[in-house]
Design a protein around this ligand. Structure first.
Ligand SMILES: NC(=O)c1ccc[n+]([C@@H]2O[C@H](COP(=O)([O-])OP(=O)(O)OC[C@H]3O[C@@H](n4cnc5c(N)ncnc54)[C@H](O)[C@@H]3O)[C@@H](O)[C@H]2O)c1
Length: 390
């Protein structure tokens, strides 16, 4: 009689030499990031974004929406779905950094359970800023270990960053985004007309993430910012001749960086520029500093360090801080004590598997990683920034 083991070996799962079952699989990721202006004013339903309608004429969708977005755009969004014979249930959330916690995720899960959403054919639609998208993404990834969801970012941070990748998460204890998942959306709808109602501070906040991509990866984007920084905030990226190019450059650069390293196996990530000290600064200064503002301060520290290491010339540094000024971005905050910054660097180092892996700009539009930033360099940078901020 044939031994049973031979049969198992045929499946290539069992390795008789090491008496080990090896399981391996791969998870292809594919989602479309669709740019459409004034989308909800269009007449026709787009199945490629919001999923197929059901044959029985009873199509429904759960829309989790930011409370301010609901105020400005709720009726337009409702009527888009109702004229396409889709019943929508709205769950309106107040989503700010302090409510970015597990309990808010549970409130979304409760709604999903109440509605008995179909786990494959009724994608959840998340419409809001980065906080709401992170919360709903986490709920969608947890519900039955994964139910489809669509992201519709409505802030600048959402449109060029939080809305287009696959990370979800919430804050835990005093730790920023400490719990979360990698879970790709079914699709992403980018409609920059949402920015028309965004307040100026949140607009500037998003500009920090755009400046990040310009400094570390995209010199052309930096030139566009240099030429228009004074006007684009007032214009809310609606009609300035550079608006579309700035958005497209930012999204393209971001997606290039994310796509090659979606699961963050490689811990040297250019998009981490501005994200070494900022998670700690942001949580310490809550609710005073917004995410992008903390990122701007972190980048400012790194720019001074890069200048000290001759990675940036005087002229490049001056040009960068002129754009900071034109965009109205902060370079310093009182929470930036040396101990706080050193602890932040230690924390980042432990997240990056024991090496600092701090991205620094090398010239404008390129970056390198360093692993040896010293306390003295941080002290020197803080001194320079304190003076500049006066
Ligand atoms: N998952 C990721 O990859 C990723 C990437 C970057 C940032 N983030 C997260 O994103 C969050 C920041 O996102 P954010 O800057 O969008 O902040 P946010 O989500 O807190 O939104 C900012 C404010 O804008 C309001 N708002 C939203 N859309 C509006 C509109 N169209 N008009 C008027 N008001 C509007 C909201 O009610 C809120 O008060 C942080 O928690 C950060 O960790 C996540």
């Amino acid at each position: 009689m044939q031994p049973l083991l031979l049969k198992i070996r045929k499946d290539k799962v069992f390795d008789a030499n090491s008496s080990t079952w090896k399981v391996s699989s791969s998870l292809p990721i594919e989602y479309a990031v669709v740019e459409r202006s004034g989308f909800f004013f269009q007449p026709d339903y787009d199945e490629s974004i919001f999923g197929q309608k059901s044959d029985d004429g009873m199509t429904r969708r759960l829309i989790v929406i930011d409370h301010i977005v609901a105020k400005y755009f709720g009726d337009t969004i409702k009527s888009y779905f109702s004229r396409n014979d889709i019943h929508v249930e709205f769950l309106t959330l107040t989503a700010d950094e302090e409510l970015k916690v597990a309990d808010t995720v549970f409130s979304v899960l409760n709604k999903i359970i109440d509605l008995k959403l179909q786990r494959r054919s009724e994608p959840i639609i998340a419409i809001g800023g980065g906080v709401l998208l992170d919360i709903v993404g986490l709920a969608a990834s947890l519900y039955r270990r994964g139910t489809p969801y669509v992201r519709v970012p409505t802030t600048l941070v959402g449109l060029i960053d939080a809305g287009i990748g696959i990370k979800t998460g919430v804050n835990y204890d005093t730790h920023k985004n400490r719990i979360g998942t990698y879970y790709s959306p079914k699709s992403v709808l980018l409609d920059a007309t949402f920015l028309s109602t965004l307040d100026e501070r949140h607009l500037r906040n998003g500009m920090a993430e755009i400046l990040k991509m310009a400094l570390i990866k995209d010199a052309d984007l930096f030139s566009l910012l240099e030429e228009s920084a004074h006007q684009i905030v007032d214009d809310k990226l609606q009609s300035h001749p550079h608006s579309q190019a700035i958005m497209r450059h930012s999204i393209q650069s971001m997606l290039e960086e994310l796509e090659k390293n979606l699961w963050e196996k490689d811990l040297e990530r250019l998009v981490d520029f501005g994200h070494t000290f900022s998670p700690t600064i942001e949580m310490k200064a809550l609710p005073e500093l917004l995410h992008g503002e903390a990122v701007a301060i972190d980048m400012a520290i790194c720019i001074i360090i890069a200048h000290g290491r001759k990675l940036l010339t005087n002229d490049e540094m001056d040009r960068i801080f002129q754009v900071y000024k034109a965009l109205g971005l902060p370079i310093f905050h009182s929470s930036c004590e040396i101990k706080v910054l050193c602890d932040a660097l230690d924390d980042a180092t432990s997240h990056r598997d024991g090496l600092q892996r701090v991205p620094l700009p090398k010239g404008i539009g390129e970056g390198i990683f360093v692993h040896d930033i010293s306390e003295q360099e941080i002290k020197d940078a803080v001194m320079v920034l304190k003076e500049k901020a006066l």
